[in-house]
Design a binder for this molecule. Structure first.
Ligand code: HEM
Length: 210
């Protein structure tokens, strides 16, 4: 096998790994995260109770889960994602107008998520969070700053779009949705999920400052 063929094969498998990690476990974690945050819609106490439940997981197990199922997959997906996003493959004319817009938005949200996740995880997980988790009171005073609030709303909506549009492209990458009709149905379902998750996410953000 020539070096070139080996490269093409490696690229194929790394791309599949990148794609899979976007759903399992990162996408699943995002879903869990939105559900936890949305507990604030039931009031500050409900949010604190949800955080306390997560904090009740023994520390060593929690750290291991965070490293194995969040940090490592996100690092691999993010680093390889930057490599993909830097290859200016803008497929003009291959898909319809809307699909091209979605392709561009997938990359814009990816680039927004790089500094946003570094800031979000770096500050809230490593600086603010003690062993008990973050309280409603801490979050509401943090989000009281309108700039922080706006950047968080954009970050949350960007992550949700990147994930739901990613579900659609994932189904194509893996040959699950073949043909324009099925793809159009899956795309609509992905948009539906985006609207639901974004509405719940943004309403939750307002509940922190409301
Ligand atoms: C909230 C965190 C993230 C989640 C849940 C997530 C999820 C996903 C999913 C499900 C896909 C679709 C895979 C496919 O089409 O087969 C995807 C694609 C992509 N992700 Fe992420 N991702 C996240 C963060 C990032 C970050 C930080 C980057 C960094 C640049 C990134 C870059 C990309 C790129 C470039 C693609 C498009 C791949 C392609 O068109 O082939 N993602 N992501």
């Amino acid at each position: 096998m020539s070096n070139n063929t080996e490269c093409v094969h490696t690229d194929f498998y790394v791309r599949r790994l990148h794609s899979l990690l976007g759903i399992v476990p990162i996408g699943f974690f995002l879903l869990e995260h939105v559900i936890t945050i949305s507990q604030v819609l039931g009031g500050g106490h409900a949010f604190d109770a949800a955080v306390a439940k997560l904090a009740a997981i023994p520390h060593d197990i929690l750290i291991t889960l965070e490293i194995v199922f969040i940090a490592i997959p996100l690092l691999i997906h993010g680093i390889y994602g930057m490599y993909i996003a830097m290859q200016a493959k803008l497929n003009p004319g291959r898909y319809g107008y809307m699909r091209n817009k979605q392709f561009t938005l997938q990359r814009i949200t990816a680039w927004y998520l790089v500094p946003f996740l570094l800031w979000h995880v770096g500050y809230l997980r490593f600086i603010v969070k003690g062993s008990e988790g973050i309280s409603f009171a801490q979050m509401s005073s943090y989000l009281d700053n309108p700039i922080v609030f706006a950047l968080y709303v954009i970050g949350l909506v960007a992550a949700i779009f990147h994930f739901t549009n990613g579900l659609f492209t994932f189904s194509i990458t893996w040959g699950i949705s073949k043909g324009p009709r099925v793809q159009s149905v899956v795309n609509k379902m992905a948009w539906g999920l985006f609207v639901i998750l974004a509405a719940v996410g943004v309403a939750s953000m307002f509940a922190f400052i409301g």
